[in-house]
Design a protein around this ligand. Structure first.
Ligand code: G3H
Length: 244
C-alpha cells in the first residue's frame, strides 16, 4: 500500500517571517498519519530544515541543475539542496517548463542528478487547456511521463504529480472522472507500482476530500493553499481521513 503524501509547493513566496506558518503546522500536527512535505523557495530551505528538524515534516526544493557542480551562475545542484536539508525536489513543474523552456529530457537529467544526490524527485506532468480541448490529454501526459522519468525510477526515489496546467492557480479543477482517467493512465505506465501519484491544481480544503476519494490519487501537490497553515492543515486532515 502506498503511504499518502501531502506536498506543499510555496513557489516564489515566502520570507523568513513566513516560517512561522510551517512551525504552526508542525505544532498542530505533531504526528500526521500521512507524509507531509514542504517545498519553500531555495532561500528558506536551510532555515526551514532547521526549524522543522525535530518534526516528521520533510523539506523539498523546487528545482535543481542536472550537473553536480560547475560554471552555472544562479543554479543550484541536487547535492547542494541535500546539503541544505532537502530530501525531495520538484522537477518539471509546468511553470518551469513554460518560464524556462524546460523539456522532458532535461527533467529526466535533473531527476538522475537528484537521485544521485539521494533526493526523491517529484516529477510533474500535465496538459494545457488547448491540449485537453483537442483531446490530447492522455497522449501528452503519457509522453511527458515516458520522457521525464529517468532510468532507475522507483517507489523509493520518485513521486509523480499530475497537474493540469489550466487548473493551477485558477480555482478550476478537472471533474473526478477526468482526474481518474489520467491517474489510471499514469498508474498503468509507471515502472514501479509503489510510485506515488499526486494530483495538483487548485486543491483546497473545500475540494480535498472529494479529490482524495478518487482511485489512484495518493495525495496532492498543493500550491496556494499550502501557504496558510490552517488551509494546508485542513488538506492534510482530509488526506488522513482518506487513508482511513
Ligand atoms: O505545485 C503546485 C501546483 O502548481 C498547484 O498550485 P495551486 O494549488 O496554487 O493551484
Amino acid at each position: 500500500m502506498r503511504r499518502k503524501l501531502a506536498a506543499g509547493n510555496w513557489k516564489m513566496h515566502g520570507l523568513a517571517a513566513d516560517l512561522a506558518q510551517a512551525e504552526a503546522l508542525a505544532r498542530d500536527l505533531p504526528a500526521p498519519a500521512v507524509d507531509v512535505l514542504l517545498c519553500p523557495p531555495a532561500t528558506l530551505i536551510c532555515r526551514m530544515a532547521k526549524a522543522l528538524a525535530r518534526t516528521p515534516f520533510a523539506i523539498g526544493a523546487q528545482d535543481c541543475h542536472p550537473a553536480a557542480q560547475g560554471a552555472h551562475t544562479g543554479d543550484v545542484s541536487a547535492a547542494m539542496l541535500a546539503d541544505a536539508g532537502a530530501s525531495h525536489v520538484i522537477l518539471g513543474h509546468s511553470e518551469r517548463r513554460a518560464d524556462h523552456g524546460e523539456d522532458s529530457a532535461l527533467v529526466a537529467a535533473k531527476a538522475t542528478a537528484a537521485h544521485g544526490a539521494g533526493l526523491v524527485a517529484i516529477i510533474c506532468v500535465g496538459e494545457t487547456e488547448a491540449q485537453r480541448d483537442a483531446g490530447q490529454t492522455l497522449a501528452v501526459v503519457r509522453e511527458q511521463l515516458r520522457d521525464s522519468l529517468p532510468d532507475g525510477a522507483s517507489a523509493e526515489n520518485t513521486v509523480v504529480a499530475y497537474e493540469p496546467v489550466w487548473a493551477i492557480g485558477t480555482g478550476r479543477t478537472p471533474t473526478d472522472a477526468q482526474i481518474a482517467e489520467v491517474h489510471d493512465t499514469l498508474r498503468a505506465a509507471l515502472p514501479d507500482a509503489g510510485i506515488r501519484l499526486l494530483y495538483g491544481g487548485s486543491v483546497k480544503p473545500s475540494n480535498a476530500a472529494e479529490i482524495f476519494a478518487i482511485a489512484n490519487v495518493d495525495g496532492a501537490l498543493v500550491g496556494g493553499a499550502s501557504l496558510k497553515a490552517a488551509d494546508f492543515g485542513a488538506i492534510i486532515a482530509a488526506l488522513e481521513a482518506a487513508e482511513g
